[in-house]
Design a protein around this ligand. Structure first.
Ligand code: SAM
Length: 458
């Protein structure tokens, strides 16, 4: 018998679904320890590089069979508490959850939506595959979770993501037929969470499965409305029942004859090392309405407000560029500058989407692109997101620490550091050459500019 007390109705349903023998093996998997995984952020670290081998050793990494960047780690090594985690060179992610983006297969330059994205496991995986090219709109309905999503997008140094906090219906009204690929990792009854979070068992009931399945169908309608003709949708859950998985896909195929199912794939905890996941890949095979394919093309704009906005953006852009001339080299993000008050962002663009203030109007956007900094009365202050997104060689002034040094931990605690007198002004602080954040140096002291909310007691 498992220590985990499963509801009788759940044991019965899964035994019915899997048959007696496989059902027994499935229920027995609750006696096995849960799995732990991390995914290397290939935007910052190359697989096979010396630091990668160091991580292999530090965290006893073993390859996840279905994801080349995915690895199991030993729980006791606690990679989430390491300075490398703060530097964004990996993301802690449940191993089976890595299978969904693998199936979606995002490509650089595309226009992609992650519709239910927080805390950001799948978005950060999509962004790594996009290699900074194209547009990734990453959305989360709940404000607090959207904030965590934005922090993770920043920590991993992602340049081409726009974080929105909207309902699926608000997004589909804004972006009809707009995306090459959509990831829908749907809110579900979480049957695959029971080993990781036994409290989730208390929330399970047959009624909650029905409720989740109906909510997923609602979200699927909006997701399909946003797919370009020929576009693909990956639908995933971390739950095992058929209502929220295969039956919802059958519903989609029946309701939308222009959708075809390309593949369905399940990871079961009794068969593989992982907590379990369901993924389906669907394609839209109709022609759609080409007129709607470019959301930025079909909007009318008020020339005067557009002009005022453009003037302000141009002014803030000049302030950033003047600062960048003295502090950055070879940093040439392509996109559109956007100013929000004193703050300036770089919005990404793709072959078919060129987001600007008009397109985002009316949407809550906790992070409308890469935040470059704020222009305060003629003085430009770079943002932490810019530091995290830089390659170390793109900063003219750097102060490098060893990841295992006392100074490394002191920086993450928010302390002032002693630096050589020759270092002056805005300086990128790095650990083993991975950006940690900004500091401002004068008189042999480096004032710490790591945002207060990101300071850690390592
Ligand atoms: N994709 C995320 C990742 O890989 O880190 C995990 C997403 S989680 C399975 C599902 C998300 O859907 C949650 O963040 C939840 O807040 C959000 N959600 C809940 N209700 C929703 C709704 N009605 N529409 C869209 N998203 C919803």
């Amino acid at each position: 018998m498992s220590d985990i007390q499963l509801p009788e109705a759940y044991r019965y349903a899964l035994t019915q679904q899997l048959g007696d023998e496989e059902g027994a093996r499935f229920l027995h998997s609750y006696n096995q320890p849960r799995t732990f995984g991390l995914r290397i952020n290939t935007l910052k670290l190359e697989l096979g590089s010396p630091v990668f081998h160091k991580l292999e050793h530090l965290f006893s990494l073993r390859a996840v069979p279905w994801c080349p960047e995915g690895f199991y780690y030993e729980e006791s090594t606690r990679p989430g508490r390491h300075l490398y985690h703060a530097a964004g060179i990996y993301y802690i992610q449940e191993p089976s959850a890595m299978s969904a983006v693998q199936l979606l297969d995002p490509q650089p330059g595309e226009t992609i939506l992650d519709l239910a994205a927080a805390p950001g496991g799948k978005s950060t995986q999509i962004a790594a595959r996009m290699q900074g090219k194209g547009v990734l709109i990453t959305n989360e309905i709940h404000p607090q979770r959207a904030k965590i999503l934005a922090e993770n997008i920043e920590r991993l140094g992602i340049r081409n993501a726009i974080v929105t906090q909207a309902t699926p219906a608000e997004l589909s009204a804004k972006f009809p037929l707009a995306f090459d690929r959509i990831m829908l990792d749907a809110p579900c009854s979480g049957e695959g969470m029971f080993r990781k979070d036994p409290a989730a068992i208390q929330e399970w009931s047959e009624a909650s499965v029905q409720f989740c399945a109906a909510r997923q169908r609602d979200i699927l309608h909006d997701a399909i409305a946003m797919l370009k003709p020929g576009g693909t949708l990956a639908y995933s859950t971390c739950t095992f029942n058929r209502q929220e998985n295969e039956e919802n896909m059958a519903y989609v195929l029946q309701t939308y004859p222009f959708m075809e199912l390309i593949r369905e794939h399940r990871i079961w905890p009794q068969q593989s090392e992982g907590e379990g996941h369901y993924v389906a890949l669907l394609r839209r095979v109709d022609e759609g309405d080409e007129m709607l394919a470019s959301p930025s093309g079909k909007r009318s704009r008020k020339a005067s407000s557009k002009q005022r906005g453009a003037n302000h953006a141009a002014m803030v852009q000049q302030e950033f560029e003047a600062w960048a001339k003295d502090h950055l080299r070879g940093f040439e993000p392509s996109g559109t500058y956007l100013s929000f008050g004193e703050a300036i962002y770089m919005l990404p663009h793709s072959r078919t989407m060129n987001p600007d203030a008009d397109l985002l109007k009316g949407l809550k956007t906790p992070r409308p692109g890469l935040k470059l900094g704020v222009a305060k009365k003629g003085r430009f202050e770079p943002d932490h997101a810019l530091a995290a997104a830089l390659k170390p060689e793109e900063a003219i002034r750097r102060f490098n620490l060893a990841s295992d040094s006392a100074d490394g931990s002191a920086y993450l605690r928010g302390e002032t550091l002693s630096v050589p007198d020759s270092i002056k002004g805005w300086t990128l602080v790095t650990a083993d050459n991975f950006p940690l954040g900004w500091g401002k140096a004068s008189g042999g002291q480096l004032k710490n500019h790591l945002p207060k909310g990101l300071r850690l007691q390592l």
